[in-house]
Design a protein around this ligand. Structure first.
Ligand code: NAD
Length: 247
């Protein structure tokens, strides 16, 4: 689709697979022209082709979000964006005493600083009514064995709140979604034992699907959504309620 497409434009980062793919599918069904942005260009192209085959309007952009010059060139070449979904992220498991400064930096570079860089570039050209939805994680509340991930996602929540305050005067609404356990390739970093332990903590007893997150994104990105900003919506099957048995 060309820049003359009449549809509102959405960007979904990390849209080639997992949660991002579910979000891209949903926003295309909602009537957005969707840019499936991913460092995995081949999978992004396949996703865009499948969305188009299903009747949606989508195209792929191969970009590693660690490439700040690439971000600037990409944003400059596009028309203003109606909905930016910052979904791309990385995850791995490491006990606190095994973590290195490099582990921490790598996690922050992708999960936080790339999100900031793209949001700043895109928001400069957004029109009033535009939306930004950041995919954080329920882990921002705390979790064992991935302190670097937890800290990066808590920082995404803080950044969301700060962006919401500064961008409100431009009519841009910024919210975050904090998914719980969602069945995607990202969870391959969890051992089978850890996966079973995680599922046991779910009040609903199951992992969510990308479509569950996409449903929440659809709500927060919708053109008619006009009065929610700076919020964090937990989509976690109730895990954040805690596991208390009584008092
Ligand atoms: N799966 C879960 O249980 C879960 C839970 C909470 C939060 N999340 C968050 O949801 C988001 C998506 O997770 P997922 O499970 O779908 O992950 P995933 O690993 O299945 O997919 C992530 C996608 O992001 C892309 N990506 C990663 N780094 C990139 C970069 N530098 N530039 C461009 N693209 C990049 C990958 O190529 C991949 O296509 C992440 O931010 C993750 O932290 C996931």
């Amino acid at each position: 689709m060309s820049r003359t497409s009449p549809l509102p434009l959405a960007i979904v980062t990390g849209g080639a697979r997992g949660i991002g793919r579910g979000i891209a599918d949903r926003l295309a069904r909602d009537g957005f022209e969707v840019i499936v942005l991913d460092r995995d260009g081949a999978s992004a192209r396949k996703a865009a082709e499948e969305i188009a085959a299903g009747g949606g309007v989508a195209r792929a952009v191969a970009l590693d979000l660690l490439d700040s010059a690439g971000i600037a060139a990409f944003v400059e070449a596009e028309r203003p964006v109606a909905a930016l979904v910052n979904n791309a992220g990385i995850f791995d498991e490491r006990a606190f005493f095994d973590l290195t400064i490099e582990d921490f930096r790598r996690m922050y570079d992708v999960n936080l600083i790339a999100l900031f860089a793209l949001s700043q570039a895109v928001a400069r050209r957004m029109a009033p009514g535009a939306k930004i939805v950041n995919i954080a994680s329920r882990a921002f509340l705390g979790a064992r064995n991935h302190a670097h991930y937890v800290a990066s996602k808590a920082a995404v929540v803080g950044l969301t709140r700060a962006m919401a305050m500064e961008l409100a005067s431009r009519g841009i609404l910024v919210n975050a979604i904090a998914p719980g356990l969602i069945d995607t390739p990202l969870l391959q970093a969890l051992s089978p034992e850890r996966m079973a332990a995680q599922l046991a903590l779910q009040p609903t007893g199951k992992a969510g699907r990308p479509a569950d997150i996409a449903n929440a994104v659809s709500f927060l990105a919708a053109p008619e959504m006009d009065f929610i900003t700076g919020q964090v919506l937990l989509v976690d099957g109730g895990k954040s309620l805690g596991g208390g048995m009584g008092i």
